[in-house]
Design a protein around this ligand. Structure first.
Ligand code: GTP
Ligand code: MG
Length: 144
């Protein structure tokens, strides 16, 4: 599996998704710094919420094969700069998270639009908590 860096707001579900994919116990755990896992680089949400920390993301992303932007479908706030994907000279994918909690399809459509605005290419829809859509994402990351 190619190394993937997860980027997204505080609480967007990055760490939980990694726990699911890496078959670890699902436990709440605020990410305080960049964490290198087997297949993922986990980043604190602050790194995308605070523009002056973008450069940390850009440097850290050089260790990854794929950049993944995570957007929760139950959060309508946009913290990705428009076209952010273009600063990474690599493939950028989007991950809509927490689809188990969507009130209806419009929640998921809005999250997809936020990811598209940020410049993400292929977009996946997952629930780490309910293990929905995770296999599809993993298969894709294994394919490459
Ligand atoms: N309903 C639902 N909640 C989820 C899901 N994934 C994560 N959460 C919850 O969302 C909260 C934040 O999840 P985290 O995985 O810690 O979020 P994060 O993106 O790593 O946050 P930072 O480390 O602060 O950047 C936790 O309370 C999780 O239980 C999901 O698939 N569905
Ligand atoms: Mg985290």
């Amino acid at each position: 599996m190619k190394k993937t860096i997860l980027i997204g707001k505080i609480g967007s579900g990055k760490t939980t998704l990694i726990q699911r994919v890496e078959r670890r116990a699902i436990a709440e755990e605020k990410t305080q710094m960049v964490v290198y896992n087997d297949f993922f680089i986990d980043t604190p949400g602050e790194y995308v919420e605070i523009r002056s920390l973008y450069r940390v993301l850009i440097v850290t992303a050089s260790d990854a094969d794929v950049i993944a932007f995570a957007q929760s479908c139950i959060d309508d706030e946009i913290r990705f700069a428009p076209g952010l994907a273009s600063v990474f000279p690599k493939e950028v994918i989007g991950i809509v998270t927490k689809i188990d909690a969507a009130a209806d399809d419009s929640d998921i459509i809005r999250a997809r639009e936020i990811l598209e605005l940020a410049g993400a290419g292929r977009i996946f829809e997952v629930s780490a908590l309910m293990d929905m859509g995770v296999n599809e994402l993993v298969n894709y990351l294994n394919e490459r």
